[in-house]
Unconditional design. Structure first.
Length: 364
């Protein structure tokens, strides 16, 4: 089971604040993700210009490493490339993943009783259509690890291939259980790319690099979550999929991010929904509705923020638990202890010992 090997530069406390912003901020992705999607198209000798135009993405952006693309246009390009190549793997692998494979993956897992069995079924399905990468699930009593191993050298788009498959599986599994599966840490099997700052929003703040294989860690008790989707829900989900997955369960949605930053700016006060709504010049009802439209809730954002900050403090500082609890707006250390146990399945002190035990990070 792979574990993080070195600390990433970015964390949730370094994200730009949008609290109080008066103009909408559209969710965007780095141009590197677009370049990764286009790599197979180029190898196949196809001109990307018509597809970029249909997705309303200016071709000149490809030569600007700092450029960003709205997430809805990225999702549109995702599906256009799949259809153009008849390959849901973007032409990156030794064999094409023919159109419709994602639908059959969904149908193979939707009848699984729990997340654990859905992951195992996904791994078996991918063995049939994706011989270049192997997916497996490693577990111990406290943590689970979704592992992705390279079986054949990927000639092009190697970074994007790992990014894509993790995003695909994470999005699918989150949809199946009806909630975002929080990743504690992800170790990626390549050097830190220039666009790694986006990983904070897409995967986790605890992203590390140069691992032997990709390993995405999450709480083992999540494996017991029941699958909550049925055939009717699947039909709606498949409309716009698989590109649609790029817009689901992301933490850079406009209102979600504004609330997250407003909560962070209010610490150590334990701000209420009414307090944050007031700071954003919204009514509590409107804020609740906007968050619901983005697939989130005030309490979920508050928990995720405090969880991310707590993990960062425990891993990187020697601050006492009482001080961390106070800084994060908890009434006392006991309340912090209960919340952290709920988030991670282990006590804060135990988590700190595991994270600081070795330079490699968490150990089984």
């Amino acid at each position: 089971m792979p574990y993080p090997e070195k600390t990433a530069r970015t964390g949730p406390e370094n994200l730009p604040s949008m609290a109080g912003a008066t103009s909408p901020v559209r969710a965007t992705v780095a141009i590197a993700f677009v370049q990764g999607m286009l790599a197979g198209l180029g190898r196949a000798g196809r001109d990307s210009a018509p597809l970029l135009e249909r997705a309303h993405i200016a071709g000149r952006l490809l030569s600007d490493p700092q450029a960003r693309v709205p997430i809805d246009r990225y999702a549109e390009l995702y599906n256009l490339i799949n259809r153009e190549l008849d390959d849901e793997g973007f032409g990156l692998f030794s064999l094409p993943i023919r159109s419709g494979a994602f639908e059959f993956l969904c149908r193979s897992v939707i009848t699984a009783p729990t997340l654990a069995q859905a992951i195992e079924r996904s791994a078996r399905f991918l063995r049939l259509v994706l011989p270049d990468l192997a997916v497996r699930l490693d577990c111990n009593p406290e943590q689970a690890c979704l592992c992705i191993t390279e079986l054949r050298p990927l000639a092009i788009g190697r970074v994007f291939a790992f990014e894509w498959l993790l995003r695909l599986l994470h999005g699918l599994f989150s949809w199946l259980v009806g909630r975002s599966i929080v990743l504690d840490a992800v170790a990626f099997p390549y050097p830190r790319p220039e666009h790694a700052d986006d990983y904070v929003l897409i995967y986790t703040a605890q992203s590390t690099f140069d691992a032997r294989e990709l390993g995405a860690l999450f709480a083992a008790n999540l494996l017991e979550l029941p699958i909550r989707r049925d055939e009717a829900a699947l039909q709606a989900f498949l409309d716009g999929a698989p590109g649609k997955l790029t817009t689901l369960y992301r933490r850079d949605r406009e209102m979600v991010q504004r609330v997250r930053n407003a909560l962070r700016d209010s610490l150590p006060a334990a701000a209420s929904l009414a307090d944050i709504a007031r700071s954003l010049h919204l009514s509590p009802r409107t804020l609740h509705r906007r968050l619901e439209e983005e697939g989130s809730s005030f309490q979920a954002i508050k928990d995720a923020l405090r969880r991310d900050l707590a993990i960062n403090r425990l891993a990187k500082t020697r601050q006492g638990l009482a001080q961390i609890a106070a800084d994060l707006g908890f009434a006392d250390s006991a309340a912090f202890y209960r919340a952290f146990l709920r988030w991670t399945g282990m006590a804060p002190a135990h988590y700190r010992r595991r994270m600081q035990a070795t330079p490699e990070g968490v150990k089984p």
